[in-house]
Design a protein around this ligand. Structure first.
Ligand SMILES: NC(=O)c1ccc[n+]([C@@H]2O[C@H](COP(=O)([O-])OP(=O)(O)OC[C@H]3O[C@@H](n4cnc5c(N)ncnc54)[C@H](OP(=O)(O)O)[C@@H]3O)[C@@H](O)[C@H]2O)c1
Length: 260
């Protein structure tokens, strides 16, 4: 009888304990699911133009590895194999095309974008007027029109950021404009940064120009001193730690403040 009581009690206790642990397991799983769901909602999205190669691809890799949802644009999405391989969402964009900018904004309608990196750029080394016009269209007007088209998406973010990839060759202080049309376009891009800052900082959008330094890419050449992967890591750090009072400024990829 005594034993039975003990059995009943231990049986009851083990049921209660079992029930408790199952309940605890279920509620822990529920909490984990809710946290994951919350994380998904809180997941930050970065859109990078010209992300199929060079610095853009390295930025995409670093942000993807850091847990961001990455939208990488390419002029030829079918050929952006490496970008697809890392799990980025690939969208078509030639930054000189108003139609394609409009189509991109339409595709992204209602979606939150936390960070826009205007990276696409060209560097024709000629003194040809048409080349210079094209350089201005890609390097200067591209970032301006893409940013304006995606402002509604950026405003959905708690902490929206626009990063314009500029260049030391566009610097007025210390620079000599020696790269011709490329220098002109990047100096003007820095004014695009000032313009976007003054138009949107009241709505919380942080807008900066960044000099990524001289990197080993098709544009930078094999002899460049910097590795794009290292530059991308530092840029990620800079972008993640930006404060509102840094908006409207020019920064080295590693966080050093630059003169215009
Ligand atoms: N590498 C350096 O040393 C260095 C130094 C200072 C600043 N930067 C700046 O960093 C950015 C990236 O340079 P990078 O070295 O990575 O150059 P890159 O290797 O030549 O890559 C340029 C990227 O821009 C894209 N692009 C060109 N024209 C475009 C257009 N009309 N519309 C959309 N995308 C276009 C290219 O796409 P396609 O594959 O379709 O051509 C490619 O994805 C540029 O803004 C550049 O000026 C680079």
């Amino acid at each position: 009888m005594k034993n039975k009581k003990i059995f009943v009690r231990t049986g009851l206790m083990s049921w209660v304990r079992g029930g408790f642990f199952s309940l605890a397991a279920v509620s822990l799983a529920g909490m984990a699911f809710a946290a994951e769901e919350k994380d998904m909602k809180n997941q930050h999205t970065v859109l990078i133009t010209g992300a199929n190669r060079g610095l853009g691809l390295e930025f995409a890799k670093k942000f993807q590895a850091a847990g961001y949802e990455v939208i990488g644009t390419a002029r030829k999405p079918d050929e952006a194999a490496e970008l697809k391989k890392i799990g980025a969402e690939v969208m078509e964009l030639d930054v000189t095309s108003n139609e394609q900018i409009e189509a991109l904004a339409k595709k992204l309608d209602g979606r939150k974008i936390d960070i826009l990196i205007n990276n696409a750029g060209i560097f024709p080394r000629t003194k040809d007027r048409e080349d210079m016009m094209q350089t201005y269209s890609v390097n200067t007007l591209g970032p301006y029109f893409v940013s304006e088209a995606l402002i509604p998406n950026l405003k959905k973010s708690d902490s929206p950021r626009i990063v314009n990839i500029s260049s030391g060759l566009g610097q007025l202080t210390g620079g000599n404009g020696g790269a011709g049309g490329y220098s002109f376009s990047k100096a003007a891009l820095n004014m695009v940064t000032r313009n976007l800052h003054s138009s949107h900082h009241r709505d919380g959008v942080i807008v900066i120009s960044v000099n990524p330094g001289h990197n080993k890419t098709d544009m930078g050449g094999d002899g460049a001193p910097l590795e794009p992967a290292n530059t991308a890591e530092k840029l990620l750090e800079l972008v993640e730690t930006l404060k509102p009072d840094q908006s409207g400024g020019f920064w080295m990829y590693d966080g050093e403040k630059l003169d215009w």
